[in-house]
Design a protein around this ligand. Structure first.
Ligand SMILES: Cc1ncc(C[n+]2csc(CCOP(=O)(O)OP(=O)(O)O)c2C)c(N)n1
Ligand SMILES: [Mg+2]
Length: 629
């Protein structure tokens, strides 16, 4: 058997360079690059291997230096999500804090079902010099390290104690990364001594390998059951989730909708499945949905969920669907999701399932009265959105106007990025998607700090699109550092810094729940009240962005903002636009609810009031236990 002598890290890099994915006949490199931050855990192992690949001209795995390990995982997630999970990035981090900084990113990737390969460096396998710098030293077992914290957050985890274990670990990692039902964070823990250890590898380990990303077809009996339920529907509603987009099933969804007349609402990850001006599009559903979708959801007798996890925001914490006889049909590659709400399970790829359902439902169509109803609801809702886009709030603009100006001011293919705060809700409610990949809100983990770092990966995946990262002051202060990476890599982002001096979102929530916006302002501590509700702080996030290398435009009004958008688009340099908005500005009501428990006993009147409202809303929560056919 022919062998080749390489270190473990060199073998890993060469292997990754030879992995391809295939779907619908198109093949692409699977792992296209490696983000990293070096420390003693990886500088001489994976770092040396990446250098050697570059220095010898093979450029097997281009290296991108990030500024924070959590940020680089966000960037990798943005990249992979933008490419519908067909291509991805690896991330290499040093041992101890370098790797544990990736834990948040791992959870984010797994919850959103987005593939990323995490190369977490680990303590010496030989343990000769233990304890090494940053070693945990668990008294109950010396093989436990900080990296064991990745286990529950990863869909596949393996630690390569010996070079001989590497081939199986790498093959297992690729299998999970390319399986749409299983995918998420995949972690290979690489002891720092093992990374540098030389070994004779069989040559075929490095052969070109193609991972076929499946489109599982629905089982005929399951298809018949799903069609049987759908045929009885008089007021059906489709909930389109991220799976529709990842499976590139949007044309199939549109055809299915047009053939059956069933209106389509969307989730955060599914927004863009049907463009906003399609006659069947009724907007977002749930806690931050449109009034149109929520009115239809309340009455729906059959809900067809496609590629959705049914998160609490989507279901308004199980209060969105109030028809006593409502039944669910769930198309999903993941049985976990297909089974939710006692649904009739159609475990399959979204595209193949929708095409099969279109055939199976031939002749079925909702009646005209239902069509009239959802069109009227949507027309009314569109007027509300128009007004929110142009409220003319004074003296500071309302956030809804800012989103409106952005929606109207950017190109149809441009991308808006957000993750946490008050903007995801306002976006879900008000954004009008004009392209299937134009709306990118990370709302599985809703992680403050995803906005700029994620945008970096998105732009790397789609260099031909403008990428607009909308970031609140809170999120900006948590994680702005990848602006530096964007600048150094000549990757152009437009960062819109939305300054409202604190947490508008949690402030509003706090007030609603009787907690009086406690601890949600970024203000001086007030001598009189003892609370953080004094004067505004003299912070200047625009100057901060400028100091990181961005060009900066400061605006005060929506008209100035529109003008700044034009300048930012014309520039080829990363540009930050800074605007202050009113955290108390008006937002239309979704009519949806979100379950956040209020104290069961309290000496504050505000909390007691909130508790009564909470109990009333809680009474509407449904369990959905009725079995399907
Ligand atoms: C990492 C992280 N920590 C805490 C939270 C809880 N949280 C959600 S929104 C929010 C405030 C966000 O503030 P900002 O970015 O200024 O947005 P705004 O609410 O003002 O729109 C907090 C603390 C979170 N989602 N992520
Ligand atoms: Mg804020």
């Amino acid at each position: 058997m022919a062998t080749v002598r390489l270190t473990v890290a060199q073998a890993l890099v060469r292997f990754l360079a030879n992995q391809y994915s295939e779907r619908d006949g198109a093949e692409r490199r699977l792992v296209t690059g490696c983000f990293g931050i070096f420390g003693h855990g990886n500088v001489a192992g994976v770092g040396q291997a990446l250098l050697q690949a570059q220095a010898t001209g093979s450029d097997d795995l281009p290296y991108y230096l990030a500024r924070n390990e959590q940020g680089m995982v966000h960037a990798a997630v943005g990249y992979s999500r933008m490419l519908n999970r067909l291509q991805m990035m690896a991330c290499t981090a040093s041992i101890g804090p370098g790797s544990s900084n990736m834990l948040t990113g791992a959870a984010l990737a797994t919850i959103n079902r987005i593939p990323v390969l995490l190369l977490a460096s680990d303590i010496f396998a030989t343990r000769v010099g233990s304890p090494v710098l940053q070693e945990l030293e668990d008294p109950g077992g010396y093989d436990v390290s900080v990296n064991d914290a990745f286990r529950p957050l990863s869909r596949f985890f393996d630690r390569v104690w010996r070079p001989e274990q590497l081939p199986a670990a790498m093959l297992g990692a690729m299998r999970v990364l390319t399986d749409p039902a299983e995918t998420g964070a995949v972690t290979l823990a690489l002891p720092q001594d093992v990374q540098a250890e030389a070994h004779d590898w069989p040559e075929e380990l490095f052969a070109r390998r193609v991972w076929h990303i499946p489109r599982p077809v629905p089982e005929p009996a399951a298809l018949a059951r799903a069609a049987e339920v759908l045929r009885t529907a008089r007021q059906p509603l489709i909930v389109a989730g991220g799976g529709v987009i990842y499976a590139e099933a949007t044309d199939s969804l549109r055809r299915f909708g047009e053939a059956t007349g069933i209106p389509v609402c969307d989730t955060q990850a599914g927004k863009g499945s049907l463009l906003w001006d399609h006659p069947l599009a009724v907007g977002g559903v749930g806690a931050t949905g449109s009034q149109a979708a929520n009115a239809l959801a309340r009455e729906a007798d059959v809900v067809l969920g496609v590629g959705t996890r049914y998160s609490d925001f989507t279901t308004a914490s199980r209060t969105a669907f109030q028809n006593p006889d409502v039944r669910f049909v769930n198309v999903n590659v993941t049985p976990l999701d297909a089974a939710k709400h006692s649904g009739t399970m159609l475990v399959a790829d979204a595209r193949t399932a929708l095409d099969a359902l279109t055939d199976a439902l031939a002749g079925y169509h909702v009646d005209d009265a239902y069509t009239d109803r959802h069109r009227r609801l949507t027309a009314d809702w569109n007027e509300i959105v128009d007004r929110a886009y142009h409220v003319g709030h004074q003296p500071l603009p309302a956030q809804t106007e800012l989103l409106g100006a952005l929606n109207e001011g950017i190109g149809a293919r441009d991308v808006v990025v957000q993750a946490a705060g008050s903007m995801p809700g306002d976006l879900q409610m008000l954004w009008r998607p004009r392209d299937v990949k134009g709306y990118h809100v990370e709302y599985g983990y809703s992680c403050m700090g995803y906005e700029i770092a994620g945008a970096l990966g998105i732009k790397m995946a789609a260099p031909d699109r403008e990428v607009f990262s909308l970031v609140g002051d809170g999120s900006y202060l948590m994680m702005a550092q990848e602006i530096v990476t964007a600048v150094s890599e000549h990757i152009k982002l437009v960062v819109v810094i939305v300054q409202n001096h604190g947490f508008a979102s949690i402030g509003e929530l706090s007030e609603k729940l009787g907690s009086q916006r406690f601890g949600t302002y970024y203000r001086y501590r007030n001598e009189e009240t003892g609370r953080l509700d004094g004067d505004k702080l003299p912070i200047d996030l625009a100057a901060n962005a400028e100091s990181l290398g961005a060009h900066v435009i400061r605006v005060k009004t929506i008209d100035e903002f529109r003008e700044a958008l034009g300048q930012a688009k014309a520039s080829d340099h990363t540009t930050a636009i800074h605007i202050e908005t009113d955290p108390l500005g008006p937002v239309p009501s979704s009519g949806g609810w979100w379950d956040v428990p209020v104290s069961g006993v309290s000496r504050l009147e505000s909390t007691q009031h909130a508790r009564s409202a909470y109990e009333a809303a809680k009474a509407r929560q449904r369990a959905f236990l009725t079995p399907g056919p």
